[in-house]
Design a binder for this molecule. Sequence first.
Ligand code: TXA
Ligand code: MG
Length: 328
Amino acid sequence: MNAPGSSQFLSNCTVDTLDQAARALQSGSLIAFPTETVYGLGADATSAQAVARIYDVKGRPADHPLIVHIPGLDSLEIWTSDFPRYAISLARDFWPGPMTLVLPRSATARDFITGGQKTVGLRVPAHPLALGLLHAFKKIGGLGIAAPSANRFGQVSPTTAQAVEEEIGHYLSPIDFILDGGSALVGVESTIIDCTGDSPRILRHGAITKEMIKESTGLNVSETEESDIRVSGSLEKHYSPAAKVILNAMAESGEGFIALSSIPTPRGAIRLASPATTDEYARVLYAALRSADAQGIEKIAVIPPEGEGLALAIQDRLLRASRGRSAQ
Ligand code: TXA
Ligand code: MG
């Protein structure tokens, strides 16, 4: 294992930085990079060796599939064998953006990417550094960048480069980079849409909402039932800070508290965030959970925003965070 912080932390990234990072990707480095949702930990998606390093750094089981990030719609055909017409509507309407499409894979998407499944998850991210890196990588022959969120398995996704450094810096090597692109604008992970059936199915809620998907495709949109998620066993340890998260409760003295700004802080509680809107709630949530851990707070009372759309994504992540701890 390397000394802490032994990767290269790069702020003020230029075109040259991105060319350098793209070349490093090609020779097996890991590049942590900003996206508009959360920071990703990237590797050349065609290299079994480089992708194996992602699993090492994350401490993630190897049968979990990874999202392949691509520079644009043109790359769809490289990674998929087939796509329904509604997937093209979605891609045209929401890429680059916070949306991942699950499609039948081509031979380029190997088992080490798909976890042995017959599908592959694809996304064109909107953050200029992510897109710049993808285009620089394409210029030298790269086909795509596999990138999960840049956190240890089961932990909260990082929304700043500093959070990436704290979370996984210790596990990176001197050949690896962390690209600093500021705070993520959306703050929760992309909407994942299964496009293998006759109509779209939401596998994970995010900023691209059910209404938007309906509007784009003109089709009925289904959602994965909670029971399906539970069966997959993925619920136990996801999006969890070290602190215990309690939902829809008022904090007691000395406990952390996260709620919309319209809800006052209970006496003696430590206010971790008071976002004014649902969008802001998504943007600040993960940093607030992290700051609880940094302050050694053991319990966080959280009042999630009500409603549909992005509020659903926040409710979903918070439910997982709350169950993650109570299951242990
Ligand atoms: O916003 C995001 O999606 C971020 C940024 C970095 O792009 N990435 C991200 O990756 O959240 P990750 O690996 O932390 O979460 C991706 C989820 C996993 O739960 C994985 O199981 C699911 O996507 N996934 C990936 N490929 C899939 C596939 N072929 N079929 C079903 N689920 C898939
Ligand atoms: Mg993740």
